[in-house]
Design a protein. Structure first.
Length: 52
């Protein structure tokens, strides 16, 4: 079974790191974006199952 991919979008570094740590601990693959503009560009290139 393929692991779900999640795009985490958060401008605050500490929150972004906490979310990344928690979600990866559950076995998900993660991509991280620092802002909405960057996230929209990434969304076009990546096939994510969820965006947070």
């Amino acid at each position: 079974m393929e692991t779900s991919k999640i795009l985490v979008v958060e401008d605050d570094k500490s929150i972004r790191e906490m979310l990344t740590f928690a979600i990866e601990a559950e076995g998900f693959n993660i991509e991280v974006s620092k802002n909405g503009t960057e996230a929209l560009k990434m969304k076009e290139k990546l096939q994510n199952n969820m965006i947070i």
